[in-house]
Design a protein around this ligand. Structure first.
Ligand SMILES: Nc1ccn([C@@H]2O[C@H](COP(=O)(O)O)[C@@H](O)[C@H]2O)c(=O)n1
Ligand SMILES: C[C@@]1(CO)OP(=O)(O)OP(=O)(O)OC[C@H]1O
Length: 179
């Protein structure tokens, strides 16, 4: 690897899926760091917040330091029922400890419900605070198709940009036209 590559920003990707909890074991819905009153909850070892999990996975991926299971395996009783905000905050801490700073994280989830738009800013605020970096969240339906369309679960995909903490914040590339 050319040594100057060590200074380049790095991108990562994360995907997470959680099934809705069955009717005979209802759970509260935690998604995007928020509690959604009256909505069907997701099952999981933690609180099932697939938006926060995808964000954390994208951060680990960007640094090349494994994934969610590597750091917060289901064999860890201390993460049973853990909030997505806690996991994302912990992931950001691990990323910084590994020598990276976070540029931003972008997440999109796929679900019919909850209707996300009215609470987007609240969610982005909570997750950005957890990561101490900008986290944006968008939502889409799958037009009634697939497991998300049938309302069986929620999927989320995230990308993250990190850069070595020792290097300056990535500015415009050399030779890029000035605004
Ligand atoms: N759970 C969701 C899903 C979607 N939205 C918003 O609706 C827009 C249209 O979604 P389509 O899947 O029909 O293209 C989408 O761009 C979101 O703004 C939402 O708020 N919550
Ligand atoms: C978060 C962890 C750990 O509590 O559990 P889950 O809530 O089941 O979530 P998932 O995204 O399936 O896997 C990662 C696990 O490490």
């Amino acid at each position: 690897m050319a040594s100057e590559n060590m200074l380049l920003p790095r991108t990562g990707i994360g995907i997470d899926v959680h099934a809705f909890a069955p009717d005979d074991d209802p759970q509260p819905l935690w998604l995007g760091g928020l509690f959604w009153e009256g909505e069907q909850g997701l099952s999981g070892h933690s609180d099932g917040d697939c938006v926060a999990h995808a964000a954390a996975d994208a951060l680990f991926s960007a640094c090349g330091i494994g994934d969610l299971g590597t750091h917060f395996g289901t064999d860890r009783p201390d993460f049973a029922g853990a909030s997505g905000v806690k996991l994302l905050g912990e992931a950001a801490r691990i990323v910084r400890e590994a020598g990276f700073e976070i540029g931003n994280v972008a997440v999109q989830f796929v679900a019919n419900r909850p209707k996300f738009g009215p609470r987007r800013e609240e969610s982005q605020r909570v997750l950005s605070q957890a990561a101490n970096a900008p986290v944006s969240v968008t939502a889409t339906t799958s037009d009634g198709l697939g497991f998300t369309g049938r309302g069986e679960g929620i999927s989320a995909v995230a990308t993250a940009l990190v850069y070595p903490a020792a290097s300056p914040h990535p500015g415009p590339a050399k030779g890029a036209p000035h605004a």
